[in-house]
Design a protein. Structure first.
Length: 454
């Protein structure tokens, strides 16, 4: 009996060792020239999640050869699925099988996938090879300026070959065979649509590649599959709207407005509306809300209203979003307490050198405005109250001094992305500016004086 127990324990340990040892290596090089021909210095591995690229691994590229290497083990949670590797919007599909040695080398749109790989990666390697002539046009600075006919030929050839490849996929891995058809369908679509980024257009609809003509006359977005299989779903949707309506149909307007009408799936349309606001892609939110706000589904309504409020507060004449924070004695002060006066809000921190550099100018401005209907509120994002109190006391700071602990309305609803930040609100509680000039410039005083008598 003891021997059996010992044998079982040994087998268990061996099994655990084998499981732990299941690793895959991904190595290679990634040479990508971005804006102003500056080379990418990082590379990422991630997966598609709710239409976004969810980063799982990251690596600094070696400057001498732009090489990288990842060791993928059980902890990453990406075995037995299609992932994406790349940066700056140029992604390549990989299948992370167990105990593979994957090598992928990319140079200015040309990708080569090789190594000790299984049937799944052999399919992806063929797709990458098929798409290379097109990718060398749409993902490189060299592609801009190439004749439209070259894009036409590359798109026609690549889409036909990719379609034939996917029709004959049969690796024996049923889940992969199902997933890869969707993944590569959307990756092919995005690669083609990037031609519009490169300024390519044709005189008539009939002059465009047949793939484009078919794409723009089909009900492409009738379900949520793009959100499941594409790591760049929002980019794809926006490019579709831009290409179809602004370039192909010569319309004037916003891509987000147009593509919303192309999405027949209510769930996808609702998700896109939310994403469009999050990405700041709506030119006129009030009009957009009137046209499409009712299309947001109940499950997303709360998030939509919050995003709308946070976006509108930045527009001149819109209602402020009230906030409440304590002073050094614990007394709570709300923005609304000062309605009836022009309110200047300084968001700052004791550790922020530019913030501290503005303090003498702010104090001068306060003195110049003394006796007028204006109040100055300073909201610190410090989290160390004692340090903040000591600083305020030592410097003898005036105005209303509050601390936010880097949370709450001032951080979330005003979407704080850095300090110092100055805001001005009218006596009626309306936004004058949520990104006002600094007091070290004469523009802030001029802004206050302009609204103080209204």
């Amino acid at each position: 009996m003891k021997r059996l127990k010992f044998l079982s324990l040994s087998l268990l340990l061996m099994s655990a060792t084998v499981t732990f040892a299941q690793t895959t290596t991904i190595r290679g090089s990634f040479k990508k020239a971005g804006v102003q021909n500056i080379m990418a210095n990082e590379i990422y591995v991630g997966k598609a999640e709710n239409g976004n690229f969810k980063q799982v691994l990251a690596n600094i590229l070696k400057p001498e050869d732009y090489a990288f290497q990842f060791g993928v083990d059980n902890t990453t949670g990406i075995f037995d699925q299609i992932v994406f590797i790349g940066a700056q919007g140029e992604l390549y599909p990989l299948y992370v099988g167990k105990n593979e040695n994957i090598e992928i080398n990319v140079e200015r749109g040309k990708g080569v996938l090789s190594g000790k790989i299984g049937k799944e990666n052999e399919v992806l390697a063929k797709w990458i090879t098929i798409m290379t002539p097109l990718r060398q046009l749409v993902y490189t600075t060299e592609g801009r300026g190439k004749p439209a006919e070259q894009f036409h030929q590359a798109i026609t050839k690549a889409t036909a070959e990719a379609d034939a490849l996917l029709k004959n996929v049969n690796t024996g891995n049923r889940q992969f065979d199902k997933d890869v058809k969707q993944v590569l369908r959307y990756m092919t679509m995005l690669d083609v649509l990037h031609m519009f980024d490169q300024g390519i257009s044709f005189n008539t609809h009939e002059d465009y590649p047949q793939y484009i003509q078919n794409l723009f006359s089909s009900d492409v977005f009738k379900d949520m599959s793009v959100m499941e299989y594409s790591p760049l779903a929002f980019d794809l949707l926006m490019l579709y709207g831009f290409g179809k309506h602004i370039i192909y149909d010569h319309k004037m307007g916003s891509s987000a407005d147009f593509v919303t009408e192309d999405i027949s799936s209510p769930e996808l349309r609702s998700a896109f509306i939310i994403n469009a606001i999050e990405h700041g892609m709506i030119w006129d939110l009030k009009t957009f809300d009137e046209q499409h706000g009712a299309e947001v589904l109940p499950a997303q309504r709360e998030k939509y209203e919050l995003l709308k409020r946070r976006t509108l507060v930045n527009n001149e004449g819109e209602d402020w979003i009230d906030f409440t924070y304590p002073d050094a004695k614990g007394k709570m002060h709300s923005l609304s307490d000062y309605k009836g006066k022009v309110v200047v809000v300084d968001v700052w921190a004791t550790w922020c050198a530019p913030c501290k550099a503005e303090i003498p100018h702010l104090e001068t401005l306060e003195k110049e405005m003394k006796g007028k209907d204006v109040v100055f509120i300073s909201v610190s994002i410090d989290t160390d109250q004692a340090k903040w109190e000591q600083f305020v006391k030592e410097k003898g700071l005036g105005g209303v001094q509050l601390i936010s602990y880097n949370k709450g309305v001032i951080v979330d609803d005003y979407m704080l992305d850095g300090v110092p930040r100055f805001m001005v609100f009218s006596k009626q509680g309306k936004t004058v500016s949520t990104n006002a000039p600094r007091p070290s410039t004469p523009e802030l005083k001029a802004m206050i004086e302009k609204v103080i008598d209204n």
